[in-house]
Design a protein around this ligand. Structure first.
Ligand SMILES: Cc1cc2nc3c(=O)[nH]c(=O)nc-3n(C[C@H](O)[C@H](O)[C@H](O)COP(=O)(O)OP(=O)(O)OC[C@H]3O[C@@H](n4cnc5c(N)ncnc54)[C@H](O)[C@@H]3O)c2cc1C
Length: 386
């Protein structure tokens, strides 16, 4: 953890300047290449950005949740694909090991994930396990000193480029739901592990997502996370509770950036003899967007601090993810409106790309409907409902 406030401010200033100077001019290139250039990835490694959330003992920066959130607000004020390149290592791709890995497992994989030598990913979703995430059909059968994995995962961010996969599979045949699930680390190159080609997506070009196939894939018993069967879903819920706060922050940065772009445009674009930003109907959109961004920042920070105090954030993390992702969608829509026709045409503004990129936020890591249900369930429980 950065215990020195000055050190934290230095990091935030570095990220802020880096995003503006290096990433903003690159956004169109990444969209066209559908790839984050290798020299950028190398720069991210050298800056230590892959290791933000990995403990210092394993070569990372060991940021607290609050510090990670503050850094994520800054990092995400650029094309989503750019921050997604490091995002699995600072989130879902390493967190299962951080939360529940054995010491040997942490020593083996975390230092190389912290430097960015290895890219991690989380393979939970399957064709029949989407919102019903515990309906995992991938099996892991113990045979001697190996587990044999069979099954298919889908929609896995960074799978095409990942070196290590956190995989959830059913170790207890005949079980249903979250019991009988275990989490494994599977390394690229393990015979029987194969990734499909990157999907053609609505947005986030440059952030590769694909299927992952396990066919008689033999994984050493030492790769069972925590060395314990049947607790894989609990591990994943720990990962997701933290990740929901992290993702909420990553939904807020693009909203800040889109509003910045809209402010610039509306101050320059003249109609009826004045800048369109002078019209009060547009100003209402600015006010609503800025207010919602501030609300998201405030609730995410408060929830992050609560997590750092060791409090249960299942409810607050769900509320943050629901609010921040929906907020970002509303801000994107208003910004297209403020840009007029230029907001719809990629040749004239980056807003069209942002609008498509941020649409995913309301779908992954729990759709808005799943979060609404989760929030209601937890509130009802607090009120004694059964
Ligand atoms: C680009 C991308 C990247 C992703 N990255 C990853 C990743 O890295 N790792 C990973 O494991 N997964 C990943 N996912 C998967 C993602 O988390 C799932 O797509 C998401 O959880 C929704 O599941 P689904 O697509 O099967 O939708 P479904 O579950 O089929 O939902 C369809 C609709 O039904 C609604 N719905 C479902 N159940 C209910 C209910 N009980 N009540 C009310 N409404 C309901 C949903 O809200 C949605 O509107 C990614 C997905 C995408 C598209």
């Amino acid at each position: 953890m950065i215990r020195d406030p000055q050190k934290l401010q230095n990091l935030l200033s570095e990220v802020r300047a880096y995003v503006r100077e290096q990433w903003h001019p690159l956004e169109n290139t990444v969209e066209q290449l559908d790839h984050v250039p290798d020299d950028i990835v190398q720069d991210l490694r050298e800056r230590g950005f892959f290791g933000w959330s990995i403990p210092e003992a394993y070569g990372g920066l060991g940021l607290s949740t609050e510090e990670l959130i503050l850094a994520a607000f800054e990092l995400s004020q650029a094309s989503v694909a750019l921050r997604a390149r490091v995002g699995t290592n600072t989130g879902i791709g390493s967190e299962a090991l951080v939360a529940d890995g054995t010491e040997a497992q942490k020593q083996r994989w975390l230092p190389r994930m912290a430097t960015g030598e290895l890219t991690g990913c989380l393979a939970l979703t399957e064709p029949d396990a989407g919102s019903e995430a515990s309906n995992v059909q991938t099996t892991a059968r113990l045979e001697g000193d190996h587990y044999v994995l069979d099954g298919r995962k889908c929609y896995i961010t960074n799978a095409p480029i990942a070196d290590v996969f956190t995989v959830v599979a059913r170790t207890e045949p005949g079980t249903k739901g979250s019991s009988g699930l275990s989490a494994f680390i599977v390394e690229r190159g393990t015979p029987g592990l194969r990734t499909g080609p990157a999907y053609k997506k609505m947005g986030q070009a440059g952030s590769p997502v694909s299927d992952v196939f396990f066919e008689n894939c033999r994984v050493p018993v030492g790769n069972l996370i925590g060395g314990q069967e049947g607790v894989g879903f609990k591990t994943i819920m720990k990962v997701l509770n933290k990740q929901r706060l992290h993702l909420s922050a990553l939904c807020t940065g693009p909203a800040i950036r889109m509003l910045d772009l809209a402010m610039e445009h509306t101050q320059n674009r003249q109609q009826f003899g004045k800048a369109v930003g002078n019209f009060q109907l547009l100003q209402a959109m600015v006010a609503d967007s800025q207010t919602e961004i501030y609300a998201a920042q405030s609730m995410i920070l408060e929830a992050a601090r609560a997590r750092d105090r060791g409090e249960d954030v299942a409810l607050t993390a769900s509320m943050c993810k629901y609010f921040a992702s929906e907020m970002c969608g509303r801000v994107a829509d208003r910004c297209v409106q403020m840009f007029g026709g230029a907001g719809y045409v990629a040749d004239f503004s980056p807003i069209e790309r942002y609008y498509r990129d941020v649409r995913l936020f309301r779908l992954y890591e729990g759709t808005s409907q799943i979060h609404q249900m989760n929030i209601a369930k937890l509130v009802l429980r607090e009120h004694g409902a059964t």
